[in-house]
Design a protein around this ligand. Structure first.
Ligand SMILES: *[C@@H]1O[C@H](CO)[C@@H](O)[C@H](O)[C@H]1NC(C)=O
Ligand SMILES: *[C@@H]1O[C@H](CO)[C@@H](O)[C@H](O)[C@H]1NC(C)=O
Ligand SMILES: *[C@@H]1O[C@H](CO)[C@@H](O)[C@H](O)[C@H]1NC(C)=O
Ligand SMILES: *[C@@H]1O[C@H](CO)[C@@H](O)[C@H](O)[C@H]1NC(C)=O
Ligand SMILES: *[C@@H]1O[C@H](CO)[C@@H](O)[C@H](O)[C@H]1NC(C)=O
Ligand SMILES: *[C@@H]1O[C@H](CO)[C@@H](O)[C@H](O)[C@H]1NC(C)=O
Ligand SMILES: *[C@@H]1O[C@H](CO)[C@@H](O)[C@H](O)[C@H]1NC(C)=O
Ligand SMILES: *[C@@H]1O[C@H](CO)[C@@H](O)[C@H](O)[C@H]1NC(C)=O
Ligand SMILES: [Cu+2]
Length: 508
């Protein structure tokens, strides 16, 4: 399964258990032992076909400089085997540090720009492959898959020159980037004190119906992009009293209803006070004004945090600083929180074992646990390099005592692990559901994480229909702008306790 042939210096770095002493996670100590990495896991994605996490840093394991070598240090982490392998990827001529990432309809991980600013590379589950360069070189842009399978990107003045980082769109089948000269990057700018170098960074992009894109931030102004012809944009309103929220984090935790949670961020990228702001953005028809509700804020102010949508629709927000300083662990927000869409309130979790700030990552694993890693990756020597990760076990794993592990439902089979948008899944549970138990089903699109951005993750829920006490049919939503094709996790939740995920390929 490993791409040995294309890589230099492949070796297994470590093999260890999540818990050396055999302890179990508890609500009071929900973190695994430290998982050591040979590099800072700045960017991560779960490979749909192998369930292995691919992580990468820069051309070096723990530092970078702009225009270093066009190679990337990567690692594969197998959560089941607790094994980490290290590779140097050189044949792409691509240093994939600070890129955009999107998972396409076939589950391929499409990585564009970064330190090698125009390059695009694809991980197809087996190997990394070079594809066509972008027209505009970029770093700190973001990208999103669209409902028609193309990938849209905009912004990114951090690399490849400052300004003019208008949109372009990648056709994965033709391997062709097309400029959208009228999808202007001016539309997304914040008023960052660092100027244009920072103000078009990390756009909060969401694919929606009819190949549209909703941009929820970090600029306080929100916009729609239509990518037909040379592109157009339409204002969609502002996020109420939220100012520019650079390196804040967003999550479409309820795609059925077009609901997006936005959290934290700061007016400027660096040397800027973070907010604890939380907003609920609801989108409808492309081009229409978004509805914005100002929520009760988080307990902690944070910027450079990551958000992870959990199978139950709650949103886990982890890491970040109350005052942003890149490559620093000063003013770290050590207490992660979970937002509950039912109560619209945040609950604090146990403190992190290690700060996770600039250049950290977090992502949902197939076990319904959360990978939290990285931070640092400085231009030279520094003491904020975190060549490690932890696994977080959310509260749904415990009984009310916070100690006893809850019994998880088991999906024994899925009628067809390939299903069409609008199609039907048949899923079987190991045991009948008692009349006093509550069974729900959800799907979370498999994602990627770097620099606070994960445009791939989103969650939908389905109403089950019981054919027998253990066999259920699940009807998927029929809009490919909502039920984006590609790989999704399928979870059964019994009284709120999630199963392990079955991996489902949703086809257009
Ligand atoms: C990265 O770290 C590995 C060991 O973990 C080492 O063998 C390799 O030389 C390092 N590579 C670079 C470019 O620093
Ligand atoms: C999966 O979650 C269970 C808790 O339900 C835990 O005991 C187990 O260690 C986890 N496995 C992995 C590989 O994370
Ligand atoms: C989809 O978008 C195109 C281009 O903006 C527009 O002409 C068309 O009417 C839209 N279709 C629907 C169903 O909204
Ligand atoms: C798109 O832009 C190019 C050059 O900027 C122009 O030649 C072309 O006519 C435009 N196409 C449309 C459909 O507006
Ligand atoms: C360019 O975009 C603007 C707004 O984004 C729109 O009003 C205008 O019609 C577009 N022009 C073309 C030629 O598509
Ligand atoms: C970020 O801000 C800190 C504090 O003012 C400053 O020391 C540092 O040079 C800044 N870094 C960058 C890359 O702007
Ligand atoms: C912590 O934040 C305060 C502003 O809230 C700032 O003045 C101070 O420099 C920060 N400390 C570090 C170590 O970044
Ligand atoms: C499963 O999905 C594949 C691909 O869509 C299809 O060809 C096949 O007929 C399906 N099988 C069943 C049993 O529905
Ligand atoms: Cu970076």
């Amino acid at each position: 399964m490993r791409p040995h042939t294309l890589l230099l210096g492949a070796f297994v770095l470590t093999t260890e258990a999540l818990f050396h002493d055999g302890r179990q996670p508890t609500l009071a100590n929900p973190y695994s032992d430290q998982i050591k990495f040979p590099l800072v896991p700045v960017a991560v994605a779960v490979v749909p076909t192998t369930k292995i996490l691919v992580a990468w840093s820069s051309f070096k394991n723990d530092s970078f400089f702009v225009h270093g070598d066009d190679i990337t240090q990567t690692a594969f982490y197998d959560p089941e085997a607790c094994a980490v392998e290290h590779f140097t990827v050189s044949h792409l001529r691509h240093d994939m540090f600070c890129p955009s990432i999107s998972l396409d309809f076939q589950g391929r991980i499409v990585v564009a720009g970064g330190d090698t600013e125009e390059r695009t590379s694809v991980f197809d589950g087996q190997d990394w492959k070079p594809v066509s360069d972008m027209h505009i070189p970029r770093g700190y842009h973001s990208s999103t898959i669209l409902s028609d399978g193309r990938i849209f990107t905009i912004g990114g003045s951090f690399s490849g020159g400052i300004g003019g980082k208008n949109g372009e769109v990648y056709d994965v089948n033709k391997d062709e980037w097309t400029l959208l000269s009228n999808a202007s990057a001016e539309t997304i700018l914040t008023k960052d004190e660092g100027g244009l170098y920072r103000s078009d960074n990390h756009a909060w992009l969401f694919a929606w119906s009819n190949a549209s894109v909703f941009q929820a931030g970090p600029s306080t102004r929100m916009n729609w992009f239509d990518i037909n012809d040379n592109g157009t944009s339409t204002p969609a309103g502002i996020r109420n009293n939220d100012g520019d929220a650079m390196t804040g984090t967003v999550a479409m935790y309820d795609a059925n209803k077009g609901k997006i949670l936005s959290l934290g961020g700061a007016p400027s990228y660096n040397d800027s006070d973070a907010t604890a702001n939380a907003h609920l953005i609801t989108i409808g028809k492309p081009g229409s004004q978004a509805t914005v509700e100002t929520l009760e804020p988080m307990h902690s102010t944070r910027t450079f945090a990551n958000s992870v949508i959990l199978p139950d629709g709650k949103v886990f927000v982890v890491g970040g600083q109350s005052h942003s300083v890149v490559f620093s662990d000063g003013n770290s927000s050590m207490i992660p929180e979970i937002w509950d869409p039912e109560t619209k309130k945040f609950t604090e979790m146990a403190a992190l074992p290690i700060p996770r700030n600039y250049h950290s990552s977090a992502i949902l694993l197939p076990n319904a646990t959360v990978f939290i890693g990285g931070g640092g990756l400085c231009p030279g020597e520094c003491d904020t390099n975190h060549l490690n990760a932890h696994t977080f076990f959310p509260p749904y794993f415990y009984e009310a005592d916070g100690v006893t592990l809850a019994t998880r439902p088991i999906i024994t089979s899925v009628g067809n692990s390939t299903v069409q948008v609008g199609g039907t899944l048949y899923a079987t549970l190991s045991q009948p559901v008692a009349s006093n138990e509550k069974l729900t089903w959800s799907m979370v699109r498999m994602g990627s994480s770097t620099h606070t951005v994960n445009t791939d993750q989103r969650r939908v829920y389905m109403s089950p229909q019981a054919l027998t006490p253990t066999l259920f049919t699940l009807n998927l939503l029929s809009d490919p702008g909502v039920m984006l094709p590609g790989y999704w996790y399928l979870f059964a939740l019994l009284n709120g306790v999630p199963s392990k995920a079955e991996i489902i390929l949703v086809q257009p």
